[in-house]
Design a protein around this ligand. Structure first.
Ligand code: C5P
Length: 302
């Protein structure tokens, strides 16, 4: 019998990304407020003779298909813990920008983990799945849970957050990716002569999420990696300006970039900003989304 399990996993935007000084292990402590948005990858697993990864979608050529892919690593980690072979074909239908600061790779890791757990009937607890996710990468636990959450530590220690409404977003996808370690290193370089405080979540920002107040959220949004991403990719300034001039409530680099995120008041504001960004010629693609979106979800068979 051939079974197939498909899991849908959202992209994320960081509405606050406060980055502390570098830790001895090379990571940075964060106050990382994640919001999942309605842009999804779908990860399908089917039994196979050996582990294999394939990918479809406009950016598929940029996705590694070897064992560095977080989806492959997730399958191997779950199989090793449960004493079985990771003999599965993982197919990623990719819609989340690759290396874009939207946790697309993390989404595939969380998706493959949940899909394999379901296919194999492993019955791993939520805690075990979250532990494997944290081993795979700092953003992977959030891809599993979705919604909105505060990430402490290197981003993996999650506290779910309440949200009081839907927030509307436009994303401008840049040409080419940015390496996350390179952006963190540039952030350290730019702040070398400053005393960097311990990262703390912003109370006004959490209140804005709780009440669903887009204007208050826009006023409170910050990303400590933005200066570094812009330093490595100065052309992002023109994209941020184009979205702001078109009426976005806030314009920010998404995570480590180079995708830029624009918070807008409503769906019609989103169309206006999206049109202006397309016309600006400063980005490759424009995506209109909203959040919070649910975390990794097994889709009904068929
Ligand atoms: O955890 P993940 O594998 O996604 O991290 C990728 C890289 O991003 C790390 O190797 C590190 O350079 C940087 N990073 C960091 N501090 C974090 C998260 C990521 O320095 N909290």
């Amino acid at each position: 019998m051939t079974a197939a399990v498909t899991v849908r996993v959202p992209a994320k935007v960081n509405v606050q990304l406060a980055v502390g000084p570098p830790r001895p292990d090379g990571f940075h402590d964060l106050a990382n407020v994640f919001l999942a948005v309605s842009l999804y990858d779908e990860v399908t697993v089917t039994p196979a003779d050996e582990l294999r990864v394939t990918c479809s979608g406009p950016d598929a050529a940029q996705v590694p298909l070897d064992r560095t892919n977080l989806a492959a690593r997730a399958a191997l980690a779950l199989a090793a813990r449960h004493g079985r072979e990771a003999n599965v074909h993982i197919h990623i239908a990719k819609d989340i920008p690759v290396a874009g600061g939207m946790a697309g790779g993390s989404a595939d890791g969380a998706g493959a983990l949940l899909a394999c757990d379901t296919l194999w009937g492993t019955g791993a607890s939520r805690e075990e799945l979250l532990e494997i996710c944290a081993d795979l990468g700092s953003d992977v636990p959030f891809s599993l849970v979705g919604g909105a959450a505060l990430g402490r530590g290197r981003g993996e220690l999650l506290t779910p957050l309440e949200t009081g409404g839907t927030f509307h977003w436009v994303f401008a996808v840049a040409d080419g990716g940015l390496s996350t370690p390179a952006v963190y290193a540039e952030c350290d370089r730019l702040r070398a002569d400053t005393t960097v405080p311990a990262p703390e979540p912003s109370a006004p920002l959490l209140a804005a999420l709780r009440t669903g107040d887009a204007e208050a959220l826009a006023a409170a949004m910050t990303n400590d990696l933005q200066a570094a991403a812009v330093s490595l990719r100065p052309s992002l300034t023109a994209t941020l300006t184009a979205g702001t001039e078109a009426g976005a409530l806030a314009a920010m680099v998404s995570g480590s970039g180079p995708t830029t995120a624009f918070l807008v008041a409503d769906a019609s504001g989103a169309q206006k900003v999206a049109d202006a960004l397309r016309d600006s010629g400063t980005c490759r693609t424009v995506r209109v989304t909203s959040g919070p979106a649910p975390g990794a979800t097994v889709l009904p068979a068929g």
